[in-house]
Structures are given as C-alpha cells and as structure tokens.
Design a protein around this ligand. Structure first.
Ligand code: FAD
Length: 386
C-alpha cells in the first residue's frame, strides 16, 4: 500500500501516476477537500481525474506523527485517531508562507498574502476593500490580480527586490514562454496598481485593527491608509514530517516548489514508488528546467538585509507565546530562547516564528519531537491500525 500525505498538486499527481501503474494508493489531507494551497475549490484536469479515480481520500485528517521502522502514521480525524500502515510513503506536504515580524504585524487586518487570497477563495468579501500588498515574489502579483478580480482596490504592491534583479529575471522568463505568458496576463490584471520595487512595509498602525501602513523606499517613507495589508516574504517547506521520517528508504518527498515543479515531482514520485522508475526518467529533463526556474526565482527574490532591522524591541516575534524581539536578542540560540521564553512552543509549534528567527538571528530550528502538531490526548493513546 502506498500512502500519500497531502492532496495538493504534488500529492494528486503522485497518487494518480502510482494508481496508473497498478499500485494500491490512499491519500490523506488535513483539508476537507483535495486541491492543496492553490487548487482550493477550483476545477482542473488533475482534480477531475483524482475525483473520478476512486482513490480512497481521507479528508480532514492530519498526520500528527509517524514511525519509520513500523511504517505507520498516526492520523487525527474528526472521528478520532487512526493508525495507517504503509509499504511506501510519499510526503507531499507543501509549504507555508514566511512572515517577517514588523511593528503592527499582529493587528487584525494584516494577513499573509496567500492567506488573504485563501480566505477570499473561502468566502471573505474583499469587494471595495483597500489593500496594500507587500513582500516579495510573483505570489504578490497573483494575489493582487485575484483580489482585484474580486472587487478589491489594490492601492500598491511593494516589492522588496531591486529593479536590477527583476531585469535579470526577465531574461529567465524569456527562456520559459509559458511563464512569460502568465506574467503578461498578470501584468494586464494588475494594470493601474503601482508596482513599487526596492520598497517594503515598515509598520502597520490602527486602533484595535489595521488602519494604515508605513512604507519605505530608500530614505523615503510614507503612509497609505488601507483596510487590509497582504504580506508575503516567500514560502517555507512544510518538511517537519519528512525530517522526522526521512531515514526510511521507503519514504519519498515531493513538491514544495511552484505549481509545475510540484506536479512534476509528484509524477516522478508516483512512478518511482510504484516500481516504474523508467517512466519517471522521461520527466527528469522537464523537472530540471522547472528547478532552474525555481532557482532563478530564489535568487531574484532573496531577502535583503535591511528587513532584519524591521522589528523593534517590543515587536512580537512568537505570536503564540507573546515573545518580543527585544527578549529574544538576549539569547544565543533557539534552544536557549525556547527554554527561557517558550518561543516556538505554542499552538503553531514554531512554524511561524521559527523561520522568522532563522532569518533574523541565523538560528537553526530546534530538533523535532512528536506530535508534530498539537493533538488531543486521546489521539495519542494506542489507535486502531488499518
Ligand atoms: C498561501 C499560498 C499561496 C500560494 N499561491 C500560489 C500561486 O498562486 N501560484 C503558484 O504557482 N504557487 C503558489 N503557492 C505555492 C504552492 O504551494 C504550490 O504552487 C503548490 O500548491 C504546491 O503544491 P504541493 O502539492 O507541493 O503543496 P500544497 O498545495 O501545499 O499541498 C500540500 C497539502 O498537504 C496537506 N498537509 C500538509 N501537512 C499535512 C499533514 N501533516 N497531514 C495532512 N495533510 C497535510 C496540506 O494541507 C495541503 O493540502 C502558494 C503557496 C501558499 C502557501
């Protein structure tokens, strides 16, 4: 039995390719429906095929830990905990947004860029709302286009990367005609919303909720009034489960890139794990090209040093445990900070503040311990094996 964790593009592609090769597959995802981050409620060829495939899909089921030796996963579902056994495991857990703390970033009305898009897809009305978008990377443009299509007034997109870097990236786009076309379409959708480079949101202010953001571009600072700020500084792979289980030869990891790369990696994982590596081989060239593009993206949108000076001493870094930047500055590493302040020990288990502290202080994330997510006590009791 092949178990796939994650029903995003990578997991769906992996499951379908493995099934095509005759393997028995089950997919688990903590969302109520398949699609992952990007195909929420959408319809497309892969999702339609997945829905018609008959592949068992365990929805609203979060893998909270696993055992590489026993080849089991512990899964928490609304009906209780289940233990799944696997012969081969494909982990396609995707990624989350990187948040960098700045004064006011915890005010209601300040969102992750992809997070605001996801909320809008799930029903939050953005019609007639004034939005400032900030951070880095093409996701900002995709979010701006989506919000505008749904009636938002996108006042400004603040991109921290330099115009020179973006010009270099334009050459990479020329080598990828599909991406170039996507870029042109996005540019059309956001026409009229200024795209300001070398620029970032320095602070957010408001009485109880967001009312305005202050932006910086070089020495110039100015304030824009807005209802929402949508901020994204890139993506962090959700690799906790993979890190925990990766010493098993029967575990394969797929995805954590942009869409095309995620699908290709999923297909390669599906073919390989189902015992048809020669079919995977045919996709290596495409994957190489997608990797080159991903590397160019990383290079172009690398975070600038100045962003490390955004937090003030009283700026919260760990929002679960209310730990400030000033307090964290007193410790030499994440372990000491954790022991003294509980930084990273709240409900998100360091998923938000960990990567921020890594950027701000150069700290390595601490070691992982199960359960990988906060879980009900009952879920940790011996569960039924399937
Ligand atoms: C907020 C956001 C917005 C994005 N928007 C775009 C975009 O517009 N264009 C683009 O090209 N890329 C976008 N990306 C990047 C995007 O992640 C990929 O393009 C694509 O979704 C990757 O597919 P994937 O299958 O690797 O991961 P995902 O689509 O993230 O799928 C992973 C799935 O695994 C599930 N999962 C993770 N851990 C567990 C667990 N322990 N137990 C059970 N289920 C689990 C997740 O809930 C999720 O459904 C976005 C990323 C984020 C975070």
């Amino acid at each position: 039995m092949i178990v796939v964790v994650g029903a995003g593009p990578a997991g769906i592609a992996a499951a379908l390719r493995a099934q095509e090769c005759g393997a028995r597959v089950t997919v688990v995802d903590d969302n109520p429906a398949p699609g992952g981050q990007i195909w929420r409620g959408d319809s497309n060829v892969w999702l339609t095929r997945f829905r018609a495939s008959g592949i068992p899909f365990i929805a609203s089921a979060r893998v909270i830990t696993g055992d590489a030796q026993a080849q089991t996963l512990l899964v928490e579902t609304p009906e209780g905990a289940r233990k799944l056994t696997w012969d081969k495991l494909i982990i396609a857990a995707g990624s989350r947004e990187l948040f960098l703390p700045f004064p006011g970033w915890t005010l209601p009305g300040v969102f992750g860029a992809g997070g605001l898009q996801a909320l809008a897809k799930s029903g939050l009305s953005v019609a007639d709302k004034t939005v400032v978008i900030g951070g880095t990377g093409p996701l900002l443009l995709a979010v701006a286009a989506y919000l505008r299509q749904h009636g938002a007034h996108v006042k400004l997109i603040a991109e921290q990367a330099s115009p020179a870097g973006l010009a270099g990236f334009a050459k990479e786009l020329l080598r990828n005609p599909n991406k170039l076309l996507q870029g042109v379409a996005l540019a059309r959708h956001i026409a009229g919303s200024p795209y300001v480079t070398n620029c970032w949101i320095e602070s957010a202010t408001g009485q109880g909720r967001l009312e305005a953001v202050t932006l910086r571009q070089g020495r110039r600072t100015w304030t824009e009034r807005c209802d929402f700020a949508a901020i994204g500084y890139g993506l962090v792979p959700d690799n906790e489960l993979a890190t925990f289980l990766m010493n098993s030869p029967n575990v394969v990891i797929a995805g954590t890139g942009e869409l095309n790369l995620a699908i290709l990696e999923g297909e390669i994982a599906g073919f390989t794990v189902a015992g048809y590596p020669e079919r995977a081989l045919g996709l290596y060239g495409k994957r190489e090209k997608a990797h080159r593009f991903a590397t160019a993206l990383q290079h172009t949108f690398a975070l600038r040093h100045e962003l490390k000076s955004l937090p003030r001493p009283d700026t919260i870094v760990c929002r679960c445990e209310d730990v400030t930047f000033g307090l964290l500055c007193e410790f030499p590493n994440s372990r000491a900070a954790k022991l003294h302040t509980r930084c990273g020990m709240g409900p998100c288990q360091g998923r938000i503040c960990g990567p921020a502290a890594e950027f701000l202080f150069g700290w390595n994330p601490g070691s992982l311990r199960p359960p990988l997510f906060p879980a009900k006590i009952g879920s940790l009791m011996p569960a039924t094996t399937e």
